[in-house]
Design a protein around this ligand. Structure first.
Ligand code: G16
Length: 543
């Protein structure tokens, strides 16, 4: 089978965002677009030569084509072995786990996460490094710089691979192993959670609804929740992965998983309802009549982590991304463990995990995970909640109320302003940045500003510095306003405004989030002036 070197020209737009390269499918379908990016990775990350490479994706439109291309290029670029999920499927956390398990040199994850799929939807690539985490900023910058100069790429031609047949096949000198996408991941989950106790919980009548949103977690949920833990088949919704995710938007939040909110508020609500996203790294948790915000879910799991078998050795540390509400900080204080505040993007947690300074972390964007993998993990969070429910015998609501009484309640909402022009988004960011130095000491309603500045992060492990990671206006422990620009959109610019308010008063613990945050939203408009500067009367999305 010939290896060929083909001519190409740079595209100049292959800069990775918060989580890899994400573009419209049509962009990826341009001649050599995908090849250029992949070759840039092979050229820059030369350590992949002679190593194992993990490949998989969330099953969206263009997944198979991209995987065939990546395998043919891996063979031509000296990779020793490719391990690929059967049918091209691997959830993001399962792929990260496989990289670690097989001591691979890295992995290509074909996903645009929760972004819609199909010929008119989005596609994406994440390159994860040895160790399982996403490529760090320095590496993605070098790959981007290289992609601007690329003139040729290498590919093995005439490949005859059956992606649906498990087992080992050969391409040139390279071995290709097609693996069951669930097996190793399921074994990892069994090592972390008390499956016997969860099975018992189901046997005694505990009820669950899990929505895989026609994305990658369907087969994982079927094997683990139904076959191994004994949940009835009817516990799963939309468990068959589809190339266009059934035309839906697999972003588990209060808008795109509204049906789950209605379900838990209606008659016959399950004890636990949950959903995951396109590539299986996000999660949404609800109980009968209650939604658990991602920041709360992180804090509550942290407070109960010692009940889960895989974590009995103790907590090494906790972490959250900067815009995530500070509920987990209170738990860290009570447990006397380190609590890290990182920029948005899961990659910032990896060094802390590797250095043994972190056990559990999460983000407001419906991401939670632990040291078991180097990505956030949707199904892991569902299993963790099931294990906590089975261990304590409490309901989700009881766990939440007990938590709020002990630590105070952090009300949180994110207001998204989508489809702005780059100039409009920049002008809002700039106006707030300029206003920040004058804000400390100013009083707004019942709160006074204690700090207002741009967030930068010095990695405590390798000393690298990430600047320009969003702006925050802090009112002590009582409230906070955060503004940042999204790094994952594919159309226009998106501004995210995050509102957080902490209440310790018993009478205030049962407010609904809208009521609790309304005064802060008004203060945010006075300080951040999104409406005034962009003409937008209201956010497109509140989650
Ligand atoms: C990605 C990253 C997350 C991050 C999120 C933020 O999520 O993996 O770590 O929190 O983006 O997105 P934005 O920059 O738009 O606020 P995912 O699930 O899309 O991979």
């Amino acid at each position: 089978m010939p290896i060929r070197e083909l001519q190409t020209k740079p595209y100049n737009d292959q800069k990775s965002g918060t989580a890899g390269l994400r573009k419209k499918v049509a962009v990826f379908q341009q001649p050599h677009y995908l090849e250029n990016f992949l070759q840039s990775v092979f050229d820059v990350e030369t350590s992949l030569r002679g190593k194992t490479l993990i490949i998989g994706g969330d099953g969206r439109y263009y997944n198979r084509e991209a995987i065939y291309t990546a395998i043919a290029m891996a063979a031509a670029n000296g990779v020793a072995k490719v391990v690929v999920g059967q049918g091209g499927l691997l959830s993001t956390p399962a792929a990260s786990h496989l990289i670690r398990l097989r001591q691979a040199g890295g992995g290509f994850l074909f996903t645009a996460s929760h972004n819609p799929a199909g010929p008119d939807g989005d596609f994406g690539i994440k390159f994860n490094v040895a160790g399982g985490g996403q490529a760090p900023e320095g590496l993605t910058t070098r790959i981007y710089e290289h992609s601007k100069t690329i003139q040729r790429y290498r590919v093995a031609e005439g490949m005859n691979l059956d992606l649906d047949r498990r087992g080992v096949q050969k391409l040139e000198e390279m071995e290709i192993e097609v693996v069951d996408c669930v097996e190793d991941y399921a074994a990892l989950m069994q090592s972390l959670f008390d499956f016997d106790r969860i099975r018992d919980w189901f046997r005694k009548g505990g009820t669950l609804r899990f929505d895989a949103m026609h994305a990658v977690t369907g087969p994982y949920a079927q094997r683990i929740l139904v076959e191994q833990l004994g949940a009835p088949g009817s516990a799963l919704m939309n468990a068959c992965p589809l190339e266009d995710f059934g035309g839906g938007h697999p972003d588990p939040n209060l808008i795109y998983a509204r049906h789950l909110v209605e379900l838990v508020n209606g008659a016959g609500a399950p004890d636990l309802a949950a959903a995951s996203d396109g590539d299986g790294d996000r999660n949404m948790i609800l109980g009968r009549g209650i939604f658990i915000s991602p920041g709360d879910s992180l804090a509550m799991l942290a407070a109960h982590l010692d009940k889960l078998p895989g974590y009995r050795g103790g907590l090494k540390g906790l972490a959250r991304s900067m815009p995530t509400c500070r509920a987990v900080d209170q738990v860290a204080k009570a447990l006397r463990v380190e609590c890290h505040e990182t920029p948005t993007g899961w990659k910032f947690f990896a060094n802390l995990f590797d250095a043994g300074r972190l056990t559990l972390c999460g983000e407001e964007s419906f991401g939670t995970s632990s040291s078991h993998t180097r990505e956030k993990d949707g199904l892991w969070a569902v299993l963790a909640w099931l294990n906590v429910l089975a261990h304590t015998g409490l309901s989700v609501r009881q766990i939440a109320q007990e938590h709020w009484r002990r630590f105070g309640r952090h009300y949180f909402a994110r207001h998204d302003y989508e489809g702005l022009s780059a100039a409009a988004a920049a002008s809002v960011m700039q106006a707030l940045a300029e206003a920040c130095p004058q804000l400390p000491g100013k009083r707004y309603g019942e709160w006074s500003v204690t700090q207002a500045d741009e967030f930068g992060y010095r990695d405590p492990v390798d000393g690298s510095l990430a600047v320009g990671q969003g702006l925050s206006v802090v009112f002590g422990d009582a409230a906070r306003i955060v503004l940042r620009q999204s790094g994952t959109g594919t159309e226009g610019a998106t501004l995210r405004l995050y509102l957080e308010r902490c209440e310790k008063l018993e009478t205030a613990l049962d407010w609904d989030a809208n009521t609790a945050l309304a005064p802060l939203a008004q203060i945010a408009e006075r300080i951040v002036r999104i409406g005034e500067l962009t003409g937008r009367k209201a956010p497109n999305l509140i989650t």
